[in-house]
Design a binder for this molecule. Structure first.
Ligand SMILES: NC(=O)c1ccc[n+]([C@@H]2O[C@H](COP(=O)([O-])OP(=O)(O)OC[C@H]3O[C@@H](n4cnc5c(N)ncnc54)[C@H](O)[C@@H]3O)[C@@H](O)[C@H]2O)c1
Length: 313
């Protein structure tokens, strides 16, 4: 039997691409996109859409009943840089939207949930290189605190109520179809746009800040592979480490310069530097590889080629 899917926060950086991919796979009317605002025309024209506030339980329950939703992808959140400016709003959005979806599953109104965590769950005391799945976390940002709490609640709802919730600690995501939404790794998308338009970019992180990153195609594939795995294989019910590549701003600049030789980069670190400094440089994703066969495809060179090719069309 075909099961209907609801994407919450479908107009964002990840939600947009996830909606397109799931619609291609299952059919346009099986996948219901929703967000608190409308998205761009391509998304709005690609299938059913509902305006929905993820913090409103009654409205969410109504949409789930109306479309006979079975599976929910909760992509609505306030990201790291914005959350530092609006801590209480970030906490309310990031936690209440998660509780609403977890409680729908606890009440057996939906049967499966994807909720993304982040490398922001780690903090300044975490081992920076090859950060293990299980290690000291102690996040120091509003966003990281909400993601770590979210992980604990996902695991709790799984253990206590049998809720089938699955999660990935996404690194910084790089995509060309949509712009990022207020995170600390946004530079790694902006840089490609500016390199093509102006041949120059001023980076808000310092040149040697190494962070874990992933191309969007890998991130979407990781999400679907995790969701399609047999439940018994999913041993981690908080969130899995996944990795693809790690690089510094100066390394992206060099990789862009191989295709745009006149490209120039300057550096003006701002408040986002402190957030980046509290995060790992590289991630050990051996548990995801072992449990559900995760393997990345895109490295920096392939990412740069794909970004410049698609953005220059
Ligand atoms: N993009 C990244 O690099 C990255 C990295 C790690 C984790 N994540 C996580 O992945 C998820 C999606 O991230 P993204 O980059 O697509 O974010 P984004 O900011 O691009 O998109 C979030 C979407 O949620 C919507 N939204 C906000 N408040 C809402 C509400 N009350 N009800 C319904 N929708 C609402 C926004 O309108 C937006 O379209 C988030 O949980 C984020 O923390 C993202």
């Amino acid at each position: 039997m075909q099961k209907n899917i609801l994407i919450i926060g479908a107009c964002g950086q990840i939600g947009t691409e996830l909606t397109f991919t799931l619609r291609e796979k299952h059919g346009r009317d099986i996948v219901i996109a929703s967000d608190i605002r409308e998205g761009h025309d391509n998304l709005m024209d690609s299938g059913p859409f509902e305006l929905l506030d993820a913090t409103d339980y009654d409205a969410l329950e109504e949409v789930v009943a109306y479309y006979e939703i079975d599976e929910v992808y909760l992509m609505a959140a306030m990201l790291s840089a914005t959350a530092e400016k609006f801590p209480m709003r970030a906490w309310n959005l990031n936690m209440n939207s998660l509780f609403n979806v977890l409680n729908l599953a606890k009440e057996k109104k939906i049967s499966k949930i994807f909720w993304p965590s982040s490398i922001a769950v780690f903090g300044p005391k975490t081992p920076k290189e090859n950060t293990p799945q299980n290690t000291i976390m102690a996040p120091s940002t509003v966003y990281g605190i909400s993601k770590q709490s979210g992980e604990r609640w996902c695991e709790y709802y799984h253990n206590k109520f049998g809720v089938d919730v699955r999660s990935i600690r996404y690194p910084g995501l790089i995509s060309w179809k949509t712009m990022p939404g207020g995170g600390t790794t946004d530079y790694a998308v902006e840089i490609y746009h500016k390199a093509l338009a102006e041949k120059t970019y001023t980076c808000f992180l310092s040149e040697d800040t190494s962070l874990p990153m992933m191309f969007m195609d890998d991130a979407i594939r990781a999400t679907l592979e995790l969701m399609e795995s047999d439940s018994g294989k999913i041993k981690v019910r908080s969130a899995y480490n996944v990795a693809a590549m790690s690089f510094t701003p100066s390394e992206v600049a060099q990789s862009i310069a191989t295709q745009i030789p006149e490209f120039k980069m300057t550096y003006e670190p701002d408040s986002r530097q402190a957030i980046a400094d509290s995060w790992p440089s590289s991630i050990d994703d051996s548990e995801a590889r072992k449990d559900w066969g995760w393997k990345s495809v895109f490295n920096l060179e392939k990412t740069t080629q794909d970004m410049l090719k698609n953005l220059s069309k």
